[in-house]
Design a protein around this ligand. Structure first.
Ligand code: HEM
Length: 143
């Protein structure tokens, strides 16, 4: 094999490795959050506080908590790179009627931060928050 061949092989190898690392990183978050069971615990704790906290409970009065917990668990599972069966609508459609304010959104993120601190490490917390942050423009009314 000549040098050009070697270089080609090296590039192909690196590309393959980069591809794999990327894939692994993606579903690694799902695993690092504890898989479906871990995410279920996180979401359950979050919904428990969000539905009673005076800063966020307004829009959640009268909702079916069990269904909401399941739906958000499936949604976060997919966001983390898992393969879950989320059957809900997109973030814009889901939240438009509730007219969520920026203050409500930011309060929920603060509560999620605290819940995540109890369940996972800083890297996992930051990675999940980083993936959820761009959804603010769809969730907050008129943002
Ligand atoms: C990153 C932030 C958020 C994410 C990822 C998120 C995700 C979701 C998901 C997946 C659903 C279920 C959709 C469905 O089943 O069709 C949902 C519903 C809902 N969310 Fe959010 N949400 C976020 C922020 C908020 C905030 C800040 C509030 C208000 C304080 C809120 C209030 C609601 C309400 C009222 C519903 C509908 C409940 C129902 O009618 O069953 N969400 N959200």
């Amino acid at each position: 094999m000549n040098r050009a061949h070697h270089r080609l092989l090296l590039i192909a190898g690196l590309a393959l490795l980069a591809g794999c690392t990327h894939l692994r990183e993606d579903d690694a978050l799902y695993a690092r959050l504890g898989g479906e069971a871990g995410i279920e615990r996180i979401v359950s704790d979050l919904v428990d506080v969000v539905t009673i906290d005076p800063r966020t409970r307004r829009s959640l009065e009268g909702i079916k908590v069990k269904h909401l917990k399941h739906s958000i668990t499936m949604f976060i599972c997919n966001v983390a790179g898992g393969q879950c069966d989320y059957e809900g609508e997109d973030m814009k459609k889901t939240h438009v009627d509730a007219q969520i304010t920026e203050a409500e959104f930011d309060a929920l993120v603060g509560m999620l931060r605290e819940v995540l601190d109890r369940h996972v490490g800083t890297a996992e917390k930051n990675e999940l928050l980083r993936r959820l942050a761009p959804m603010k423009r769809d969730i907050v009314a008129g943002y």
